[in-house]
Design a protein. Structure first.
Length: 231
């Protein structure tokens, strides 16, 4: 970077970032583990609530008309604006950060799951009803099964958003985590440490998405086989 005339405080060379990571690997590991825990907790809550909410608004149209507009309105509110309320309600521990991660991630799960549930061919539903399939069996054995590709697409987006939400929560109030590392390093103009945390976040995001894709390949082998044939 010196050959290009760029000061290290603006854009540190890769060597400084590697030195920063090598100087305190254990400390960075602890901060990463904390952020990972917040991310996975927020993601898990988003998956459970998102799938249940999607099923509810698809199966009962009155809930779709009553609750979905409120849900969209809540999603339109910047989550940083809600952070002070979460601090008042849940304190300064992990709970408000999990809540922010959940709120940022849940919309993707709801939209993709609802789209998948509604994508079942009507002929298939009619055939199931002709064979005296109950509403619950049609939901569990046909609709949810057909919705799985859409659900996994939503899970990939939700996982990335949950990681963003965890960092936002740590920006607002935290004494640990990669968001806290970035915030404190920025306050002291420690640019190599900021970039070190960003590199870890990038690797963490790729690893989490790869984990979802691995689960998808195991759960939906037929879907991946069809995708490869189309290619």
């Amino acid at each position: 970077m010196r050959t290009l005339g760029v000061r290290p405080i603006l854009l540190p060379p890769p060597s400084l970032i590697v030195e920063e990571l090598a100087a305190s690997p254990g400390w960075f590991a602890v901060q990463t583990a904390y952020t990972l825990g917040i991310t996975l907790a927020g993601f898990a809550v988003a998956v459970v609530f998102g799938v249940l909410f999607a099923v509810a608004i698809v199966e009962w149209k009155i809930l779709d008309r009553l609750l979905f507009p409120l849900f969209v309105a809540l999603n339109s509110v910047p989550k940083v604006a809600l952070a002070p309320l979460f601090l008042i309600w849940f304190g300064t521990g992990a709970e408000p950060k999990i809540a922010i991660a959940f709120l940022i991630a849940v919309f993707a799960v709801v939209i993709d799951t609802a789209l998948g549930l509604q994508s079942v061919p009507p002929d298939t539903i009619d055939l199931a009803k002709t064979l005296r399939g109950s509403r619950l069996k049609v939901l569990l054995r046909i609709k949810l099964y057909c919705a799985l590709p859409h659900l996994f697409a939503g899970l990939k987006v939700a996982m990335s958003l949950a990681l963003v939400g965890a960092i936002v929560g740590e920006f607002v109030s935290s004494q640990r985590g990669l968001g806290y590392v970035i915030l404190t390093a920025q306050g002291t103009f420690d640019t190599p440490r900021v970039f070190a945390a960003i590199v870890i976040l990038a690797v963490l995001g790729v690893a989490l998405i790869a984990m979802i894709e691995a689960i998808e390949r195991v759960a939906l082998p037929w879907h991946h086989a069809n995708s490869h044939r189309m290619e």
